[in-house]
Write a protein that binds this ligand. Structure first.
Ligand SMILES: C[S@@+](CC[C@H](N)C(=O)[O-])C[C@H]1O[C@@H](n2cnc3c(N)ncnc32)[C@H](O)[C@@H]1O
Length: 433
């Protein structure tokens, strides 16, 4: 007999996911792959849209709830609070008929064994529908950053002129970018194949030559020859890492914080005969590196180890020609792709991350050949992890010098741009004798 898999309502699963993000500090990217299996495959994009969307605009939804619910929903009733977030997000941001949206949320309360809250959910959401204009006039009276206060203060301090633009870009949905594998075809050829398939896309000036921006996101199954490794999904500014590293065939290259392998595979596209070590401290994340290498039919030595302790995974005396250090960081440059970062990250994390970055930089520098290149990269926009980190490193290491990037400045800070790439930082360090 054919077994029918029991699936749950999308709203119920979305509320459970949001509860774990907001109250247990778990990330959407850790939760979604498993939790999404609880809903029908055709509902998975809806689940994703609700979870990412709620995290993107959370403070606005919280203010509405504060106006409508007198006694905060705490403890065991937090799941009901999360159902309200889901309900309000649908009413404000999605094209679902309002009464159907309310009914779905009310029914999700039963699916989550919270029948006694059906009337509260129904009452609050229907009151919102009736009084929407007045409620929004109050809530939207002032511009909202939709960011935690500590992060806004940091951005103001680092970029007194531009912090608003960064905040606004963070609140947008990012475009989907592809990196074309030059071992298979040219960027122009691949663009033509996409257009033949009915996928609207373009090559953009001032972006890496291998980058293509899609007009709207598509499933990778729709991309021509994706399984054969012709393209990789990767943000355009992230694509500079491989290009700036300038890997050469036959060199020994370390990708120090490699998982899931987006940059390892780029290095091997650019220098297929390079000897590459892909290192990461998280064993489970290295499975993704292996999968990506397999899809692109590439070879690298994949090692699980701590980049700050090379003596634990590297024989004495082994020195690298090039090192890519895509350092663990606050990820404040990729908030539009991971809006949960705003609620998971704490201000005190920045100090700990910057100490770890410094430790890794110093440990790996000792394993770089004279004349070799270390590219330091982060997906952060905070100066403490970027410019200040490099200034400090240069002050401590007289054998390090910065090489100019793009011929103008010696380091490069990209900011998230509405139709462009994410926030990334690059510094190219050369070891002199
Ligand atoms: C920004 S992500 C790397 C993204 C990757 N370079 C790519 O392009 O696909 C940072 C990685 O650093 C790893 N990491 C954190 N601390 C580390 C350490 N001490 N040693 C090695 N890897 C570490 C994390 O597990 C994470 O996979």
């Amino acid at each position: 007999m054919k077994q029918i898999k029991k699936t749950l309502s999308v709203r119920a699963v979305a509320a459970q996911i949001l509860l774990q993000v907001l109250d247990q500090g778990k990330s959407l990217s850790a939760l979604l792959p498993d939790m999404a299996n609880q809903v029908k495959p055709q509902d998975q994009p809806l689940l994703q849209e609700i979870c990412f969307g709620v995290c993107r605009v959370l403070p606005r939804l919280e203010r509405i709830i504060a106006l409508l619910v007198q006694k905060p929903l705490k403890g065991k009733t937090r799941i009901v609070h999360c159902l309200l977030l889901v309900g309000l997000y649908q009413l404000l941001y999605m094209r679902i008929p309002p009464h159907a949206a309310v009914d779905e949320v009310v029914n999700a309360a039963s699916a989550l064994k919270n029948d006694s809250f059906r009337s509260l959910l129904n009452g609050v959401l229907r009151r919102f529908l009736r009084e929407q204009a007045e409620i929004l006039a109050t809530v939207d009276k002032h511009w909202q950053t939709l960011h935690p206060e500590w992060l806004v203060n940091r951005l103001k301090q680092d970029y007194p002129q531009d912090w608003r633009e960064i905040v606004e870009a963070n609140n947008q949905k990012p475009p989907m970018w592809l990196r074309v594998n030059s071992q298979h075809c040219s960027t122009q050829d691949y663009l033509e194949r996409l257009i033949q398939q009915g996928i609207q896309a373009e090559i953009c000036p001032e972006q890496p030559a291998c980058a293509i921006r899609l007009q709207s996101a598509v499933s990778v199954n729709q991309l021509p020859h994706f399984e054969q490794g012709w393209v990789t999904v990767q943000d355009s500014h992230a694509q500079w890492a491989g290009l700036l590293l300038q890997p050469q065939n036959h060199e020994l290259i370390l990708d120090a914080c490699a998982a899931p392998g987006g940059k390892t595979t780029h290095i091997l596209e650019l220098a297929p005969l390079a000897q590459v070590i892909a290192l990461d401290v998280e064993a489970h994340r290295l499975q993704r590196v292996e999968q990506n290498l397999q899809r692109l039919n590439q070879q690298a030595e994949v090692i699980c180890g701590d980049a700050s302790q090379p003596q634990q995974w590297l024989a004495d005396g082994v020195m690298f020609d090039r090192i890519l250090l895509d350092a663990p960081c606050s990820a404040t440059g990729v908030i539009r792709r991971h809006p949960d970062i705003k609620w998971l990250r704490r201000e005190q994390d920045i100090e700990a991350l910057s100490a770890l970055q410094q430790q890794i930089l110093t440990a790996l520098w000792a394993r770089l050949k004279v004349g070799g290149t270390l590219l330091y990269a982060t997906c952060s926009v905070l100066k403490q992890e970027n410019q200040q980190q490099i200034d400090h490193f240069l002050a401590q290491h007289c054998d390090a010098k910065l090489e100019a990037i793009f011929g103008q400045s010696s380091v490069m800070q990209f900011f998230p741009q509405q139709q462009g790439g994410d926030g990334f930082f690059y510094a190219k360090l050369i070891k002199r004798a």
